[in-house]
Design a binder for this molecule. Structure first.
Ligand code: IMP
Length: 207
């Protein structure tokens, strides 16, 4: 039987791979693959608001169901920053570095360096953090549902591992002694914030 298509309102390669792996029963296509080139600014101050904003924008251009993930890292000792600013945290902290870099792995390095610098003097017991993912689903009739997933852990003192994307090398989930970037895809996809949110989405779609 032909798989149902879902447009994923993202061009982030790391997210796209994870979401395709976690939802194998659907044909997940990225914005680029769907021929959608609109890229709305993430102007909301919650993950829910931004996930909805991205999904609704993509839905204007397709008949298919749409999902969007808005996610980020919340660090307790930084009053939950970077939060919704995770994607370009370096530019919020380093006001002199407002360059709009396009190389995502370079952006990831700048973000990690910025966060580690801010946490330089923070001792081990105060390095608690959590990843959050909110998935917005826009159904064919235009109505929407939101799904939230979280993953608790700690921020390492230095990057470890080569896999994944974003802050993966400095985040150690509570259930492992390894960073997200040291886990296999399968291991990360069992415990991650995104996997938790997508499991709720899957249950909803199967109902
Ligand atoms: P946005 O959801 O497109 O606004 O971007 C979320 C940002 O949060 C990403 O660009 C990453 O920097 C970070 N992020 C979200 N999920 C993950 C993850 O699973 N691993 C590492 N970093 C993540």
């Amino acid at each position: 039987m032909k798989k149902e298509t879902i447009v994923l309102a993202s061009n982030n390669k790391g997210k796209i791979k994870e979401i395709k792996d976690i939802l194998p029963d659907y044909e997940i296509i990225s914005l680029k693959e769907a021929g959608i080139f609109s890229n709305p600014e993430e102007t909301e101050d919650t993950f829910e608001g931004n996930a909805l904003l991205k999904a609704l924008d993509a839905k204007k251009h397709t008949e298919h169901m749409v999902i969007a993930d808005d996610s980020g890292l919340e660090v307790s000792c930084l009053k939950n920053m970077p939060g919704v600013y995770s994607k370009r945290f370096y530019s919020y902290v380093n006001y002199n570095n407002n360059k709009n870099y396009t190389d995502s792995s370079y952006i990831d390095k700048l973000n990690i360096r910025t966060l580690l610098k801010l946490m330089f003097r923070v001792d081990q017991v105060n390095r608690n953090a959590r990843f959050v993912s909110v998935i917005a689903l826009i159904k064919k009739d235009g109505s929407h549902v939101l799904f939230r997933g979280e993953c608790k852990g700690t921020i390492l003192n230095e990057p470890r591992g080569k896999r994944g994307f974003g802050y993966d090398p400095i985040f150690m989930p509570a259930c492992y002694n390894l960073s997200f970037a040291e886990l296999t895809d399968e291991q990360k996809n069992k415990v991650s914030h995104r996997a938790n949110a997508l499991t709720k989405l899957k249950e909803y779609l199967n109902d």
